[in-house]
Design a protein around this ligand. Sequence first.
Ligand code: GDP
Ligand code: MG
Length: 369
Amino acid sequence: PEAITIQELANRMAERAVDVIKLLMKQGQMLKINDVIDADTAELIATEMGHTVKRVSEADVEEGLYAEPDHDDDTTPRPPIVTVMGHVDHGKTSLLDALRHANVVSGEAGGITQHIGAYQVEQNGQKITFIDTPGHAAFTAMRARGAKATDIVILVVAADDGVMPQTIEAISHARAAGVPIIVAINKMDKPSANPDHVRTELLRHEVVVESMGGDTLEVEVSALKGTNLDKLLEAILLQSEVLELKANPDRSAEGIVIEAKLDKGRGPVASVLVQRGTLKVGDIVVAGSEWGRVRAMLNDKGEQVQEAGPSTPVEVLGFQGTPDAGDRVAVVENEARGREITEYRQRVKRETLHKSAAGSRGSLEQMMT
Ligand code: GDP
Ligand code: MG
């Protein structure tokens, strides 16, 4: 059954909660600010206080939140978004670090970088966005929410170890998401490196690399020595050319939360990967069941930015609460709309929790709420 807390109802009417409580008291109901009342009671109260009531369904609330796919005419090329996956200890973190540092322009503030869950590098004047948040978990969380946050998967396989359980897991993740794989055969500096063994093993999992007559790009690298990193970046650009990645930068932004935390000094901080449109300081954003006004944005170098276009990761300050990794982000027209959507989603969340907690006491719960 639909229900709402007294606080939420008061917020929505822009009335004081205490006045709502007084009215309920007159009707013989002794309730507190966080108590839940059913939709019929809420409607009665609202009408009595001179408000018109419009009950909304999920469809109403969510309508128009995520815009139509971009029209081809409005789109321009955007950087590819790349996730590195592979078995533990095969060198994912080392490779992400090496790529990032190899790319830091000498003299650039000592190469100080900010961890915001993703970063961008440039190769031949073209940008590439890497998600460096722990691979599999984030990927799975995002997919569970129906969000596709990756264009290309770099499958790291250690040349001295070969295909392992999480290598296979990564292959199936990429396949299920319909994302092309580029194989990075890592640890080539090791005397025990056996890249051909890796290729043969991959074949058994239907990943056919170019040198075996397939069309999966492959690069032999050493994250430790920094060998062939430029070749890997070239392969990414080649693959993204094939994918013809485009987006419309001239519309309100949509994206995805890649990380979020509550910072003692700065409040809720969300790393957002913009996927379409341009996110701007001052925008009202909704992410999952949280909303906020973008107060400031920082890029992966810790610099303040006013705008972030397609495929750009930014740290966003200004959320009222902390959203979850994997939450979809959308810009809405005003605060009221932000509040409406997130209060609705919070209520649905609570009701779902309530229901599962209530279990067989369902009928009793119904009587009490
Ligand atoms: P992850 O678990 O996949 O993130 O792997 P890490 O990046 O943490 O690397 C695991 C271990 O392998 C570390 O001790 C790295 O120093 C080492 N390692 C990573 N890349 C290379 C490489 O190219 N060559 C060698 N010899 N060791 C590497
Ligand atoms: Mg790691």
